[in-house]
Design a protein around this ligand. Structure first.
Ligand SMILES: [Zn+2]
Length: 519
């Protein structure tokens, strides 16, 4: 049945996240599954031939699951400038970096940067004119950290079919078309390079304890790339793909929807957008951004969303809708409440991606409609005080509202939206527990949760929002043997030091995919 003998895993602490036995002494693995948990003596008796695996003074928890990030888009960024690196202290430094890159790139080839924070160094942000001064012999695209807008130089605008004028900013669906659709205007690296990109990123994730991800915007071509990595035996991470809703008909007309695939690569549902991004200052708000009249950006009008929702719901698939602002969430709830048409819908909840700015009314409606929420795990730690300038202290008390969502019994998944915020789940745990940014600023303390709850969000919660809670997110008989070995117990560690807990090993389906180098 399996090439492996039964193994019995022990460690100082094993936290299973299972309600019936939250802490056990040992667990027995057969192949890629956990077959039993309990006292060591009992498991030894049941499995006398089993091979012992002892992690010593460590803590074992279920593998972290980042329910919403963008690995497949990022697989094409290996050759891009990472504007989030420390050395790019301000716009000038980034422009110099781009100029260097252009000098090394044949004319006519694209030069790109991602994770650009326009507030770094105090602004102002870069414009088309700045990029034209860098080069007019290369098309250039700099993507802002939210991935919801970017700046192009004149040659890039020309290739995209836009007049080369104004500030060169392209946003929302138009940026998605240029950069991430199946007919992108930008030039993509070769397939081999992108396969390598998937591997490089997977390894980074494993080093942070991640065993599963939700990829939150996947085109048919990108799903094919995942399938290819899988066929080559090179997929080391479990992927639940949210298909770009632009392609809904092509999938549903052929009977392919939520649940298609297997435990390695699975279709989770279809992904649509109501509004812009929190860090892009584009979410659709009831009250404008602080000190402005700006209520944010509407990406999809409600009528269009209603038709899409009805189609996906009738087909028994999941619609995962990006809705950040409280006005966007209200619009989405109106659509969902009025377009079910009596159809039973999928066996798992539809999802609100981000669900960033909540109201008590919305919370109650989300609960009544049986929806799941996938809020940012580490936005407070990652984006810090600038959120205060844009949203204000009062509104932040109902943003990334983990406390409210958990209290209401709504399934809550953990999400980085990487590269929008850092992917490390332990940093997210720290952020959800402390609500403190790197400089010590506390934002929205009303939404603090306990370390046990934060761990639940990134394990059981993420499995629930993907409809995978019967075999993922816990260490219990019948569950996948996906776990992380940590250097300290996150439930007893100082909350301010959660992000510094070392990840010793990451194990997926009983196979060790990553081990820390020996110190
Ligand atoms: Zn996203």
């Amino acid at each position: 049945m399996s090439e492996h003998p039964t193994r019995i895993v022990t460690a100082a602490t094993i936290r299973t996240m299972s309600e019936s036995a939250p802490r056990v002494q040992a667990m027995a693995l057969l192949g890629d599954r956990i077959v039993a948990t309990g006292p060591l003596a009992e498991l030894r008796e049941r499995f006398p031939q089993a091979e012992p695996v002892d992690y010593g003074p460590a803590t074992v928890v279920p593998g972290f699951n980042d329910a919403h990030q963008h690995l497949i888009d990022l697989s094409a960024t290996l050759d891009q400038l990472d504007a989030g690196e420390e050395r790019f202290t301000d716009a000038r430094a980034l422009l110099d970096g781009l100029a260097e890159r252009c000098a090394d790139t044949p004319p006519g080839r694209w030069v790109r940067a991602y994770r650009y924070d326009d507030t770094r160094g105090g602004g102002p942000g870069i414009t088309r004119a700045d990029l034209d001064r860098v080069s007019t012999r290369h098309p250039i695209l700099v993507t802002q950290v939210s991935d919801h807008w970017g700046v192009l130089n004149s040659p890039a605008l020309h290739l995209a079919g836009h007049p080369a004028e104004g500030d060169g900013i392209v946003a929302e669906l138009e940026l998605f078309r240029l950069a991430w659709s199946d007919e992108p205007v930008v030039e993509l690296p070769s397939t081999a390079e992108r396969v390598r990109g998937v591997e490089v990123l997977s390894r980074k994730y494993h080093a942070a304890g991640i065993t599963s991800i939700g990829d939150a915007l996947v085109s048919p071509e990108q799903l094919g790339l995942y399938a290819q990595v899988r066929r080559q035996g090179r997929l080391s991470l479990r992927v639940t793909a949210l298909i770009d809703a632009t392609y809904t008909d092509g999938f549903l007309d052929n009977g392919i929807g939520t649940g298609f695939g297997d435990e390695w690569l699975r279709v989770g549902g279809f992904k649509a957008f109501v509004d812009g991004a929190v860090a892009g200052r584009g979410c659709l708000l009831e009250e404008p951004f602080e000190g402005t009249e700006d209520h944010g950006i509407q990406v999809t009008p409600p009528e269009e969303l209603a038709a899409l929702f009805a189609r996906v719901h009738r087909a028994g698939s999941v619609l995962a809708v990006h809705a950040n602002g409280d006005r966007a969430i209200r619009q989405l709830l109106d659509v969902i409440e009025t377009n079910r048409d009596g159809a039973p819908g999928p066996a798992q909840p539809h999802r609100i991606e981000h669900c960033s700015v909540l109201t008590e009314q919305a919370l109650e409606r989300i609960s009544r409609a049986g929806l799941a929420a996938v809020p940012f795990g580490c936005f407070v730690a990652a984006h810090g005080p600038k959120l205060l300038d844009w949203y204000g202290a009062e509104r932040l008390q109902r943003m990334f509202a983990h406390r409210w969502l958990l209290d209401e019994g709504i399934p809550v998944g953990g999400a980085s939206d990487y590269s929008v915020s850092p992917y490390e789940p332990l940093l997210a745990l720290q952020s959800m527990v402390t609500r403190e940014s790197a400089d010590g600023t506390v934002l929205g303390p009303a939404q603090r949760i306990s370390a046990a709850e934060a761990l639940w969000v990134y394990t059981v919660g993420s499995a629930m929002v993907a409809g995978e809670q019967r075999y993922k997110g816990r260490l219990a008989p019948g569950y996948l043997a996906d776990y992380v070995v940590l250097g300290a117990d996150p439930l007893t560690a100082d909350p301010r030091e959660l992000s510094t807990i070392p990840v010793r090993h990451t194990v997926i389906g009983g196979e060790t995919v990553w081990s820390a180098p020996h110190e």
